[in-house]
Design a protein around this ligand. Structure first.
Ligand code: ADP
Length: 564
């Protein structure tokens, strides 16, 4: 379709008028160079995964012109970031740093407070600063994406030696994902746990290096995570206490091979026994990576649309009998497990036999290696991810509901957003479960009931760690139907509430649900939130840095009705 080029009224931050905003922008242009400041007064074209809009959340769950920045600044150095922060303190101007801004299902590039200045760190600060082949680590600027790191390692002739742990999609920022405590699937799947050293610009404009790099000339900044004294790194994750301008990450030395496999569990009720069987294997590290267990229906969405499977759906969630038909047609289990064993074949083949033998009491269980799977099988794409190769096929399931499906491109580019009526919307609900069949079943039953009640299909995956599972539920809706967007918002809030009642909390949130989630972490009269607020007020007295991130509001915003 034609690109909308209409000018739009700028959304000013709290307490700004057109006049004060323009003066502040003049000051910012003088500070940073006019070419590195953009006013957000263009149309709100949604773009897609490959074309991330910085103008708003391309997957807006509230009205799409609510979470919008007033302007975007592109710093080229740590000194530039410091200058922006000092500028923001002068003007009391809210800031929202992003690394790349994909943040799929959690709010994209959008700021929590309308009219904030988005700091697009990634556009110019996108270098791999160092790679140490022997120590297997690297030092990155925020704009380095998984695919860029992967390509850079290849360029340096290290592609076969050092692996990158990639999440489902390779277009996000390595630093941004670790800061949001995202996950991948190799033994290095807990991303924050693999970080080593960071440089942070604080809300007062000072810059600090953490870990060993707090010593000038340190030779071990990316080798030892803790350094000396209080360990503060975690404070800068999912928080609004600082802007991270570089970060060290461990890379995975090629283990000498990988054996990816798939297990299909035929029946809905197999979930309990599957998880209980996995539990000791995860805890003992017989399975040493982050495998996943998801509904076969989510896999079928990778292959085809709901329309294709069930032409008569009329927007309704798929009932059990149709679900079974779909699974049969695609030769999928009700639950599909993707796992991998690492090391040379003469180790992984016997290990695989052990894994198989542990499951043999489950009826109709089926094991597949890549050689047993048809060419179109999603196993091949998961196999790439297990070997540290970024992929994009995970986007294919967006075709599940009408208005999706631009997702086949293999080109990853960041360009101005284009209108795309074919993109649907999504929202992730992400509670933590024990590696326990009864927890998993309780969550699935609850999620299925609630998503279905609001007209959505239950599409869920468990990402399995040693002692917990990240249960990721996607709520997909059709952008052309505002009532579905509103239902999605209601649905996720009910999910949050009902899970908290049973003692289950989320590991990560969309900007629109941060307040709801933070209010469930309220032991001892909200002691945790109070501590976060105390830190916020002391580190950022003007409240300029990411107000409202993770439900933590600076003093000047508290009690003013900002929570949603
Ligand atoms: P993605 O890697 O998916 O593109 P983003 O760059 O959008 O992710 O980052 C996700 C969120 O993490 C942002 O909305 C922001 O709140 C936070 N964040 C990302 N990078 C930084 C950073 N360098 N410093 C501080 N916070 C950051």
């Amino acid at each position: 379709g034609p690109v909308d080029t209409q000018k739009r009224q700028v959304t000013y931050p709290p307490n700004f008028t057109q006049e004060t905003f323009e003066r502040a922008m003049g000051d910012l242009r003088r500070t940073l160079g006019a070419q590195h400041v953009e006013i957000n007064d263009g149309p709100l074209n949604d773009g897609n995964y490959y074309h991330v809009p910085l103008s708003h959340d391309g997957y807006a769950v509230l009205e799409k012109d609510y979470f919008v920045p007033s302007a975007i600044a592109c710093p080229g150095s740590t000194a530039d970031v410091q200058a922006i922060v000092k500028w923001a303190n002068r003007w009391v101007f809210p800031l929202w740093p992003i690394s790349v801004g994909r943040n799929l299902g959690y709010g994209g590039s959008a700021p929590r407070v309308p009219g904030s200045l988005v700091i697009d760190l990634g556009r110019r600060m996108n270098k791999v600063l160092a790679v140490d082949e022997k120590a297997a680590n690297c030092l990155l600027q925020p704009g380095v994406t998984y695919i860029a790191l992967y390509e850079e390692l290849k360029r340096r002739g290290l592609g076969d030696k050092l692996w990158v742990d990639v999440p489902d999609l390779g277009g996000g920022s390595v630093v941004g994902n670790a800061l949001d405590r995202g996950v991948g699937y190799t033994p290095y799947g807990d991303h924050f746990a693999q970080h080593c050293g960071m440089e942070v610009v604080l809300a007062n404009g000072e810059v600090v290096r953490l870990g060993m790099d707090s010593m000038p000339g340190s030779k071990t900044g990316q080798c030892f995570q803790y350094g000396y004294g209080p360990y503060l790194d975690g404070m800068f994750t999912q928080s609004n206490y600082g802007i991270v301008t570089q970060m060290g990450m461990f890379l995975m030395p090629n283990p000498g091979g990988v054996l990816p496999f798939m297990i299909s569990f035929k029946n809905k009720d197999d979930l309990v026994e599957a998880v209980n069987t996995l539990q000791p294997m995860m805890a003992s590290r017989l399975l040493g990576n982050v495998p996943s267990l998801r509904t076969g229906m989510w896999d079928s969405a990778v292959y085809n649309s709901k329309e294709h499977y069930w032409p008569d759906h009329q927007g309704r969630p798929v009932p059990e009998e149709i679900e079974l038909e779909i699974l049969k047609k695609e030769d999928l289990g009700y639950w599909v497990f993707y796992g991998a064993l690492y090391g040379p074949e003469d180790i992984t083949r016997p290990q695989f036999d052990i894994v198989k033998s542990r499951f043999k009491h489950i009826k109709d269980v089926r094991f597949q290696l890549r050689e047993d799977a048809p060419a179109r099988s999603y196993l091949h794409d998961r196999a790439a991810v297990f070997a540290g190769v970024p992929t994009f096929r995970e986007l294919a399931w967006h075709q599940w509901i009408p208005n999706a499906g631009e997702v086949r491109s293999s080109q990853l580019v960041c360009a101005p957003a284009e209108p795309s009526s074919r993109v649907n919307r999504q929202l992730f609900f992400a509670p933590i479960s024990g590696v326990s069949g009864s927890d998993a079943r309780a969550q699935v039953d609850m999620c299925k009931k609630i998503t279905n009640k609001y007209g959505f299909d239950y599409l869920g995956t468990f990402y399995i760690g040693q002692r917990e599972m990240h249960h990721i539920v996607t709520i997909l809706w059709d952008r052309s139907k505002p009532e579905q967007r509103i239902a999605a918002d209601k649905c996720i809030r009910e999910l949050i509430r009902s899970h908290a009642e049973l003692g289950y909390g989320e590991y990560r949130s969309h900007i629109a649900t941060a307040d709801d989630i933070m209010s469930t972490y309220n032991w001892n009269d909200g002691a945790f939130r109070k501590l976060c607020e105390q830190l916020k007020d002391s580190l950022d007295p003007n409240g300029i840095l990411q107000p409202g991130r993770s439900g933590v509001w600076p003093k000047s915003y508290r009690g003013q009705g900002w929570e949603i």
